[in-house]
Design a protein around this ligand. Structure first.
Ligand SMILES: [Zn+2]
Ligand SMILES: [Zn+2]
Ligand SMILES: [Zn+2]
Length: 158
């Protein structure tokens, strides 16, 4: 069955795809597709996925933003850097350090610096494949800035 090989993509009105709807052409760039794959190349398939599939789009946005919060610039790297500085400038034994990294304060700091990719226009009802996952609609935010954004949205809708 030829039809089953063709990717299940709905590109109606997708602003990024160059596809004109010919099933024999690439769903992304409209060049002739290879066989019944629906794509001209793996690169085009990857580009499509990075803009539509939540998993691929999430990873692509993290790489684009260097795993740092686009609001305050912090990220997991900040916690790792802080850790190195503390070890370099504060004399402590191995055991003391191990205890510090296990402390509530340190875990809270690490949590605050953890980042995630969110949609710019919340609330999004589904994380399924679709144009709502375009890269320009995604942004990497740390937990602190996410909480701040969320509370300002709550205020607006209240
Ligand atoms: Zn292509
Ligand atoms: Zn932030
Ligand atoms: Zn799209």
């Amino acid at each position: 069955m030829l039809l089953q090989l063709v990717p299940d993509v709905t590109l109606d009105g997708c602003a990024l795809s160059g596809w004109h709807g010919d099933p024999a052409r690439c769903r992304w760039c409209d060049a002739p597709a290879r066989g019944a794959t629906g794509w001209c190349s793996l690169a085009c398939e990857d580009l499509y996925r990075a803009e539509h599939d939540w998993g691929a789009a999430h990873t692509a946005a993290l790489i684009r933003d260097n795993e740092r919060c686009t609001d305050c610039g912090h990220g997991p790297v900040s916690a790792a850097e802080a850790r190195l500085l503390i070890r370099a400038f504060i004399p402590m034994t191995h055991e003391q350090a191990a205890e510090l990294w296990r402390s509530q304060e340190w875990l809270a700091l690490q949590l605050a610096f953890s980042v995630d990719v969110v949609h710019r226009m919340p609330p999004v009802q589904s994380y399924r494949s679709g144009c709502h996952n375009h890269q320009r609609g995604l942004v990497t935010l740390c937990r602190r800035c996410q909480d701040r954004t969320r509370s300002s949205i709550d205020l607006r809708t209240a």
